[in-house]
Write a protein that binds this ligand. Structure first.
Ligand SMILES: Nc1nc2c(ncn2[C@@H]2O[C@H](COP(=O)(O)OP(=O)(O)OP(=O)(O)O)[C@@H](O)[C@H]2O)c(=O)[nH]1
Ligand SMILES: [Mg+2]
Length: 217
């Protein structure tokens, strides 16, 4: 199958990264490739890559998740170094995932700032993807100016939306959810394709790709 792109997903725990990764790779069908958290606690423990339906997707550990006990600053530095080494690559889309069911806070803005500095040089492939909501909701947010500035500054072409509710036990509800999931995925793929086509399918290369270990540190 023709390659559609290589995507990397970031965002806070529970924002929906693994759900999107599964949708792209499996098309909402069959077994899930990426572990999806069953509720309150995240379950993606490291970097995970999988391919399917023309997509190559890198799913990352949830940001903002507290690790067990106290961590020394040296540990943190090593963790970040390990992380940077692992994400060094060329991408078609570098996606920051944010749950629309949660409030937008100063924390989001800080994560976004860190994110943009890690992927400096690859700005053309940045996308914010808001989950748990639909296009009507997003349109309203644009109209009444209630999105935070860092999202508004990206512009409508760079802010996407998905609603991928998990499979429901109730048959009637599930029928509805399936339609929502399928429409969401179809729209997302169209948007991803459009934004990649705009750059003539050129993969972007963050400057960290050219850095050696000591430069990264
Ligand atoms: N209703 C609804 N639920 C969603 C949506 N996206 C994800 N979920 C649910 O939210 C929960 C967390 O989703 P995950 O995909 O595991 O989130 P994650 O970002 O991978 O989380 P970590 O791996 O902990 O970083 C799961 O129960 C999903 O089924 C959505 O668009 N709508
Ligand atoms: Mg996950």
């Amino acid at each position: 199958m023709k390659s559609k792109g290589k995507v990397i997903l970031f965002g806070k725990t529970g924002s929906g990264k693994s759900t999107i990764a599964n949708a792209l790779v499996t098309g909402n069908e069959g077994d899930q490739v990426f572990g999806v958290s069953a509720g309150f606690r995240g379950c993606t423990s490291s970097l995970q890559t999988a391919s399917g339906r023309g997509w190559e997707v890198v799913d990352t550990i949830g940001l903002g998740e507290s690790t067990t006990g106290t961590v020394s600053s040296e540990d943190v530095e090593n963790m970040i170094l390990e992380f940077l080494k692992n994400v060094k690559n060329n991408y078609s889309h570098i996606i920051y995932v944010k749950s629309g069911a949660e409030r937008f806070t100063i924390m989001d803005e800080k994560i976004w700032a860190a994110f943009t500095s890690v992927f400096e040089g690859a700005e053309e492939s940045f996308i914010v993807l808001i989950t748990h909501k639909n296009q009507r909701w997003l349109n309203t947010q644009w109209d009444d100016g209630s999105l935070p500035k860092w999202i508004r500054d990206l512009g409508k072409n760079r802010v996407f939306i998905t609603s991928l509710p998990p499979v429901d036990e109730d048959e009637e509800t599930e029928k509805e959810y399936k339609i929502i999931r399928d429409e969401s995925l179809a729209t997302l793929e169209i948007e991803l394709e459009r934004s990649f086509a705009e750059r003539e399918y050129k993969y972007s290369s963050p400057t960290i790709n050219q850095m050696n270990e000591s430069q990264l540190r």
